[in-house]
Design a protein around this ligand. Structure first.
Ligand code: CTP
Ligand code: MG
Length: 234
């Protein structure tokens, strides 16, 4: 018997991509004629456990988003229920808006950035596996290879952090549905750069699994160039 498709993936894709600096929101920027959003959805559709998709997009991009979702589903030859919601000012608000579309059948929710189109299937499976084993919050992390220092307002070095204790944090970040709904339901919701940050504020244990260098986030023009080369490799 195969495991139930009780995983919902929420894709925040409502950012403007200011650091990328192109004339359209980052999720709709294309590599080889495939938008980052459609590439990301295409990867998500390879995960058998995923039975529901929620995508948050800028207000004027709902119709366009439908085309990108449809294209990914046709390419995967797989259709699953989906919702398109309008995002908010911050990533945190975009995820909060997405959670209104959650279904009772969604036991687990994975929040995955549209800006990480090359996330390997194995990372999704590690996150889901840990949730199956009872973890409430699971995030993929990778070791940090640079030395990291803190600086003051004048950019003078304060100190050096112990690299062995540092991890770079990626998505998909996985949650038991009730836990995610609960941490986003607080009245003084603080914008955090990732979802697990809210769990930490709430004092909930956060587990880690191995992320992947292939899961890099497209943020700057150089990242987009790397993404293009990565997609065209071999
Ligand atoms: N995001 C979102 N809603 C926002 C801001 C960000 O859904 N208000 C999404 C982005 O679309 C992206 C992910 O969150 O998929 C990670 O955010 P980031 O890389 O910062 O993307 P942008 O905010 O679009 O980029 P920038 O900060 O350079 O403007
Ligand atoms: Mg941003």
């Amino acid at each position: 018997v195969s495991a139930p498709a009780n995983v919902c993936v929420v894709i925040p894709a409502a950012g403007l991509g200011e650091r990328l600096g192109l004339d359209q929101p980052k999720a709709f920027v294309a590599i080889n004629n495939w938008s980052l959003l459609s590439l990301t959805i295409r990867r998500v559709l390879d995960i058998a456990r995923v039975g529901h998709l929620i995508v948050a997009v800028p207000a004027d991009f709902k119709t366009e988003a439908l085309e990108h979702i449809d294209r990914a589903m046709r390419d995967a030859n797989k259709k699953i229920p989906f919702d398109v919601v309008v995002g908010g000012e911050t990533r945190t608000q975009s995820v909060k808006n997405s959670l209104l579309a959650l279904d009772q059948l969604d036991s687990f929710v994975l929040v995955h950035d549209a800006a990480r189109p090359f996330v390997p299937q194995s990372v999704f499976e590690s996150v889901i596996g840990k949730l199956d084993n009872g973890a409430k919050v699971v995030i993929p992390v990778i070791p940090v290879s640079d030395t990291i220092k803190t600086v003051n307002e004048k950019s003078e070095v304060i100190n050096t952090l112990d690299r062995t204790q540092l991890r770079a944090v990626q998505t998909p970040q996985g949650f038991a549905r009730e836990v995610l709904s609960e941490i986003y339901a607080t009245t003084d919701l603080k914008p955090t750069t990732d979802d697990a940050g809210l769990a930490e504020i709430a004092g909930i244990n956060v587990s880690t699994v191995a992320g992947s260098v292939e899961s890099f986030k497209v943020t700057t023009p150089f990242d987009l160039e790397m993404a293009t080369n990565f997609m065209n490799r071999k």
